[in-house]
Design a protein around this ligand. Structure first.
Ligand code: PHB
Length: 386
């Protein structure tokens, strides 16, 4: 089999790339290891930056998003038992975030791919990637017990943190750091706890109240990094949520809907700066991971594709690889900016185990400053809305 661009990974990055390349008349094959069912139902991120909403709209993917996405104009920072609103839109000249779950973005992308008629292979596992110098890349994949060889002009790894494509790149320039905690995430039936997201700093650990639909809420609690989802009972989760989200004025917390899913989200920061090696390219989580605190993961992945798609079109169509050469440097500007912001939000809001009393005071001072200085709040808002 032969194609122009083989895309490994059918997440948001891989599928948006396939969509944009199809619109430009470039042939692609998308290989996704998981089943369609699993892809469409795994609960992941939920916050789209303004720029991501604009990008999806401009490429014909905005119909359900503009109907079902919920626009938020602010977030709440809660600490010392008090809530403080950061008015994102007011601070940024009208920019906002949109709550629209990642699996809904994926449904939109999968239907666009099916309409386009391009190959999208589920349950397809790459078993070998041959990138010998002086030859076009070739990969082998296995689907339902059958091995197929795919020859192509380019291979793009959109295959997540454990990327096979990345592992085929020698001598990579990589940077990473880990955090001594994770997030315990739940999906809970019932109405939103509040009209906007609540990011809480508390002596017992960070908590975040987010939302998925008017009747399904997404909540997270800082937990030890080795926590398993079955370790925490419903009663324990409710108890922690109640304590961490409590306000001094005693406003009631409606945390008692049925918990229908529990999972633990790892926290790490990672950048592979070698996003291009000859005809191999990386995008999204294959090249970079941020802790979820800044809600940047999917936005960054889609921004990679915004830059990579025209670069591949010009290489495949016109044999001009100048944009491809520039792609890593262009992408890395945003990637490092998001690394800085996500790391800063994480250290700002979590209980940092190794923090001494002096550092705790600094953390407190930084929180106070964010809610008392317009300049400080603006700096947060600008990065958060993207
Ligand atoms: C989510 O809704 O899953 C979510 C929201 C905000 C974050 C992280 C995750 O910062």
């Amino acid at each position: 089999m032969r194609t122009e661009v083989a895309i490994v990974g059918g997440g948001p990055a891989g599928l948006l790339l396939a969509h944009l390349l199809h619109q430009a008349g470039v042939a692609t094959v998308v290989l996704e290891q998981r089943s369609r069912e699993a892809v469409e139902h795994t609960i992941r991120a939920g916050v789209l930056e303004q720029g991501t909403v604009d990008l999806l709209g401009a490429t014909g993917l905005g119909e359900r998003l503009s109907r079902d996405g919920v626009v938020h104009h602010g977030i709440e920072l809660r600490f010392g038992g008090r809530g403080h609103r950061i008015p994102l839109s007011e601070l940024t000249g009208g920019r906002a975030i949109t709550l629209y779950p990642q699996h809904e973005v994926l449904r939109d992308l999968i239907s666009a791919r099916l309409v386009a008629g391009g190959p999208l292979l589920f349950g397809a596992r790459v078993t070998h990637l041959d990138n010998s110098p002086g030859r076009l890349p070739r990969l082998r994949y296995e689907q339902q017990g059958i091995e197929t060889t795919l020859n192509c002009d380019f291979v793009v790894g959109c295959d997540g943190f454990h990327s096979i494509v990345r592992s085929a790149i020698p001598q990579r320039r990589e940077f990473q750091t880990t955090y001594p905690f994770a997030w315990y995430g739940i999906l809970q039936e019932g109405p939103p706890l509040a009209p906007e997201l609540i990011y809480t700093h508390h002596a017992r650990g960070f908590a975040l109240a987010s939302t998925r639909t008017p009747s399904l809420q997404r909540l997270y609690l800082q937990c030890p990094p080795d926590t398993q989802s079955e370790d925490w009972s419903d009663a324990h989760i409710r108890h922690e949520l109640g304590l961490r989200l409590a306000t001094a004025d005693g406003a009631p917390i409606t945390c008692c809907g049925k918990i229908i899913q529990k999972d633990v989200v790892a926290m790490r920061s990672f950048v592979c700066e070698t996003m291009r090696h000859g005809r191999l390219l990386l995008a999204g989580d294959a090249a970079h991971i941020v802790p979820p605190t800044g809600a940047k993961g999917m936005n960054l992945a889609l921004n990679d594709i915004r830059l990579l798609a025209p670069a591949l079109v010009s290489a495949v169509r016109h044999g001009d690889d100048q944009l491809l050469q520039q792609y890593p440097a262009d992408s890395l500007v945003r990637i490092w900016r998001a690394q800085r912001f996500s790391g800063w939000m994480t250290r700002l809001l979590h209980q940092m185990e190794d923090a001494d009393p002096y550092q705790q005071r600094l953390q407190q001072t930084e929180l106070e400053r964010l809610v008392s200085s317009r300049a400080a709040a603006l700096a947060l808002a600008e990065e958060y809305v993207g």
